[in-house]
Design a protein around this ligand. Structure first.
Ligand SMILES: Cc1cc2nc3c(=O)[nH]c(=O)nc-3n(C[C@H](O)[C@H](O)[C@H](O)COP(=O)(O)OP(=O)(O)OC[C@H]3O[C@@H](n4cnc5c(N)ncnc54)[C@H](O)[C@@H]3O)c2cc1C
Ligand code: FES
Length: 287
């Protein structure tokens, strides 16, 4: 791996695993903090909220993963990765320890409309481990350099069980803050759980955030997305103000191989971030 070949877009930049955080009870979700081996590569890697990168694990392969750290975290980049028992790359990555050297190329794709959201209310709805790029966005917006640019911030985040909630210390921090309304929910609690129970779309209905002058960013498993769109539309969110991120199998990550196409669009290049309006138009073209 080398960072000295500007002409070859497929060459990853070498990084070292600086820290690993186990996120859930099942231990199949880990956040990896990477530090670039060459400081020049860190300067080159300027990402925006919602983008992804290709992580390459020697001997296993390369996979697209959303960037979970804020663009303001300039010393490192973070990715939260789910291990699939049959998944070669995620299983190998999870077997690595701090100090291991792997590769990253990117950042790729478009981003959440972070500038258009300025001066507006921002609603963030996340489910399961799709919270990763939303976490990057929340950290970015809450930073003291940015908070005053946004109006009311509402976060609704759900997981199957308390043990599956990601970024637990940050969730607690957000719950303590008075400049963000945080609603954490689990499908089913346990003996120790004192918080809210219920599916994300139901909590969304209860919270009923106003749609006026507001954007909503929503990421989660397909079933959650499907049932979350109904209350969002009922609450009056404009089709171009409902923003989500799509996942497709990818190979090149840069719009060359066609693997991730939906109709005439490539999720890696034209996405992964799409408005509900854009997705509806794409679905119409496909039938
Ligand atoms: C833009 C983008 C952002 C992404 N961000 C993240 C992220 O932040 N964190 C993260 O963990 N993943 C993310 N993914 C998904 C990730 O790329 C895949 O999980 C990964 O490619 C799996 O690689 P693998 O080699 O381990 O498994 P593979 O060998 O590709 O698959 C083996 C088996 O694992 C299971 N599997 C693999 N991927 C999935 C999946 N996504 N859903 C359900 N079952 C699956 C299936 O049973 C599959 O047959 C993202 C994907 C995209 C396109
Ligand atoms: S992954 Fe190759 S075109 Fe999108």
């Amino acid at each position: 791996m080398s960072s000295d070949h500007p002409g070859n877009p497929y060459l990853p930049m070498p990084v070292v695993i600086d820290s690993i955080f186990i996120e859930n009870e099942a231990k199949d979700l880990k956040t990896f903090r990477f530090v670039f081996c060459d400081k020049k590569d860190r300067k080159k890697f300027k990402h925006e909220c919602g983008q992804f990168a290709m992580i390459s694990v020697p001997g296993a392969g390369e996979i697209p993963i959303g960037i979970a750290s804020s663009p303001l975290d300039t010393e490192y980049i973070e990715f939260t990765v789910k291990r699939y028992p049959e998944g070669v790359v995620t299983t190998t990555l999870h077997s690595l320890e701090e100090g291991a050297r792997i590769g990253v190329r990117g950042p790729y794709g478009n981003s959440f409309p972070i500038r258009d959201m300025e001066g507006k209310n921002v609603v963030i709805v996340g489910g399961g481990f799709a919270m990763t790029t939303l976490r990057a966005t929340i950290k970015y917006i809450l930073d003291e350099r940015n908070r005053s640019r946004y109006e009311k911030i509402t976060v609704i985040y759900g997981a199957r069980s308390p043990g599956e909630l990601l970024y637990k210390s940050e969730l607690e921090e957000w719950e303590q803050r008075s400049d963000i309304d945080t609603y954490i929910t689990v499908d089913r609690g346990d003996e120790s759980w004192k918080g809210r129970e219920g599916f994300v779309p139901i909590v969304l209905r209860e919270v009923a955030p106003g749609s006026e002058n507001a954007y909503v960013l929503v990421c989660g498993p397909p079933i959650m997305l499907k049932f979350t769109m109904i209350p969002l539309l009922e609450l009056g969110f404009g089709h171009n103000r409902i923003i989500t991120s799509l996942e497709r199998r990818m190979s090149c990550g840069i719009g060359k191989c066609g693997r991730c196409s939906i109709g005439s669009k490539y999720v890696c290049k034209d996405g992964p971030v799409f408005s509900y309006k854009r997705i509806s138009e794409l679905s119409e073209k496909m039938v």
